[in-house]
Design a protein around this ligand. Structure first.
Ligand code: TTP
Length: 231
């Protein structure tokens, strides 16, 4: 019977399920990436890969995140290597899985936002930056860093600062607004103005200044894009 034949949408859904789909969630510190990821935990075809910030607070007994903020010049290089390793672990775990894999960040924001900021401030020596960049170039050639979509949670630096203040991560207590402003520009340059070369995937921009309730409406409206991609 006609009603039993599959629709185009259902075929696309099946295809996406079979192949798997990798979505990286990006945006400034405090923009709400964790809240966004938590929202998707209710879907049983979605797996969430969080950034292991807690692990960065205990690396062989050292609080690397705290050391980074206390003496950025000294610790930025090993910290960026640490972040890159953590994110590569997530990339690799997500590849080849059926369903939707939601990644908190990707190695791309480490490179284009954080490493770039640290270099521009002279807090990452140009030799350190060069070696890290070579590593990133090599890693990007690896099939395991494939991403199908980037969701950019775009919030003003002021909103991010307020949310950071609400969550009060001790290590981040002295972060100045200027740092969030600079990171905001770098995310925009990378994802909106495309100043950092070819993007690894299409970008879906969501206005993350909204409160959670309003943002949820946008997320629900965009879920089709996030889960299946454009037909
Ligand atoms: P984020 O990766 O922005 O994670 P978050 O928990 O702040 O995100 P959200 O509030 O949106 O849920 O940053 C975590 C910490 O790690 C933050 O202090 C910035 C730092 N960091 C670096 O210093 N370098 C890096 O390359 C990355 C990815 C993070």
């Amino acid at each position: 019977a006609q009603s039993a034949s599959p629709t185009l949408a259902s075929l696309q859904r099946e295809e996406a399920q079979r192949k798997g789909r990798i979505v990286a969630v990006e945006g400034n510190i405090g923009c709400g990436k964790s809240t966004f990821l938590n929202y998707f935990r209710k879907y049983n075809n979605v797996q969430v890969f969080e950034e292991p910030v807690d692990k960065w607070k205990d690396v062989m007994g050292y609080n690397a995140l705290d050391m980074l903020y206390k003496d950025t010049q000294r610790w930025s290089c090993p910290f960026e290597f640490l972040v890159t390793l953590s994110l590569m672990e997530n990339h690799r775990a997500a590849q080849g899985q059926p369903g939707v894999q939601l990644l908190e960040r990707s190695i791309y924001s480490t490179r284009h936002c954080f490493m770039e900021y640290l270099r521009s401030q002279g807090q990452l020596h140009s030799l350190d930056h060069g070696i890290l960049t070579d590593w990133h170039t090599w890693l990007q050639q690896d099939e395991h860093v494939h991403v199908d979509l980037i969701v950019y949670l775009r919030a003003t630096p002021e909103v991010c600062a307020h949310r950071m203040w609400l969550r009060s991560r001790a290590e981040e207590s002295d972060i100045p607004l200027e740092y969030l402003r600079a990171l905001h520009e770098l995310h925009d340059d990378w994802l909106l103005h495309r100043k950092r070369g070819e993007l690894p995937a299409p970008v879906l921009v969501l206005d993350a200044n909204k409160n959670l309730q309003d943002l949820q409406r946008d997320i629900d409206a965009a879920s089709q894009d996030i889960i299946l991609g454009h037909p």
